[in-house]
Design a protein around this ligand. Structure first.
Ligand code: TRP
Length: 354
């Protein structure tokens, strides 16, 4: 299989001269436009460059840290996320797509890494902190949830990833992984690779706001998303509900574009920058109605999403093939993870029988 040509595992040691890319998503819902511009687009571009061995992990164990009481939801979304991947153009012959819970090396690495992290450090992680507040855990934070950044370090290091394309909110987790890698390598010897995060260049893509226009990012739990799987009517309905400028009551009133989600999206997704600049100028001057701008945004987004939607429907006709793709990908990823685990065990002097 192609992966083995690219990433050689010889006598338990990974031999590759190529750069390795890994990223992942929690299957706690379908993927939305925030995922698309925040990370999927970058990983597609790197996949298509041919310069990387690519791994994409469906992080169901991580999704269970705050959905442990809803296993069916996580199970269903593993399949939905796999469909989203295929729909946007991740290609299983070039990207190994794997399921976290079916890789036993990951929890084992996590246990070793937990010694290298303090509870205080985990409690200071800004992304985990925000999530803890949002989920209302208060004093009852599940230990698994607090520790998921450590399991994310196992995700990133099993294949010795150099590059991790992610949204901005993941930077604290990447920093924690880097600390764990440095600590591991200084205690046990140079085994692991310190990864670099790759985030989108534009601010709008790094943290795409939800359609309701509060300063929070797009997220399933906040119900403010546009999903890759949304049909045309749903897309229009979501754009119709989008937050604009509450002070722009009559068409002739001057409107604000700062914080106006429709314009934020046009900046992120539009390509005709001259026309968009003209729309902005007209809107600020007054005389341009929200509906007209929204209709244009609909055209722009639908042009990008229609081919994705079609490919998704096509793949959804054959769920067996999607599962088979996941099985194959997980098998290939396990070979790589087990090779890293052997090196880790040797470095930690727990390889008792050679
Ligand atoms: N924490 C990521 C998210 O919430 C998902 C994830 C799990 C991940 N493992 C990863 C991302 C490894 C990058 C690398 O979206």
């Amino acid at each position: 299989m192609l992966l083995l040509e690219l990433l050689l595992v010889k006598e338990g040691v990974i031999i590759t001269t190529r750069k390795v890319l890994l990223t992942g998503d929690r299957p706690s819902g379908q993927l939305h436009l925030g995922h698309y511009v925040g990370s999927l687009k970058n990983r597609l571009q790197l996949q298509d460059s041919g310069d990387y061995d690519c791994f994409v992990l469906i992080a169901d164990v991580q999704a269970l840290t705050d959905n442990f009481d809803n296993p069916q939801k996580v199970r269903d979304n593993v399949y939905e996320v796999a469909l989203d991947y295929l729909a946007v153009g991740l290609d299983p012959t070039r990207t190994t797509i794997c399921i976290q819970s079916l890789m036993p090396a990951l929890p084992e690495l996590t246990v070793y890494y937990l010694n290298l992290v303090t509870v205080a450090r985990l409690q200071r992680n800004p992304t985990t902190k925000t999530e803890i507040a949002q989920k209302g855990f208060k004093a009852s934070i599940p230990a698994g949830f607090l520790c998921y950044p450590v399991s994310q370090a196992a995700d990133i290091t099993f294949c010795k990833a150099h590059v991790v394309p992610v949204g901005e909110d993941q930077l604290p987790h990447l920093e924690q992984t880097r600390e764990i890698v440095r600590s591991f390598n200084s205690i046990y010897g140079e085994v692991l690779v310190e990864p670099e995060a790759l985030i989108p260049s534009s601010a709008g893509s790094r943290r795409l706001p939800g359609i309701t226009g509060t300063d929070s990012k797009m997220s399933k739990s906040l119900g403010n998303g546009i999903y890759l799987a949304d049909d045309k009517d749903t897309l229009w309905e979501r754009i119709r509900q989008m937050y604009t400028d509450p002070g722009h009551l009559r068409v002739e009133d001057p409107g604000q574009i700062e914080g106006n989600v429709v314009f934020t999206y046009l900046d992120v997704f539009g390509t005709d920058t001259a026309y968009i600049a003209q729309l902005k100028e007209h809107y600020q001057r007054g005389g341009l109605g929200d509906m007209k701008v929204k209709k244009y945004l609909f055209e722009v987004l639908d042009a990008e999403l229609a081919p994705i939607r079609e490919r998704r429907l096509e793949h959804a006709k054959d769920p067996g093939a999607v599962l088979e793709m996941l099985r194959e990908g997980t098998k290939a990823a396990n070979e790589v993870a087990n090779a890293t685990l052997r090196e880790v065990r040797a470095a930690m002097k727990i390889d008792y029988f050679g």
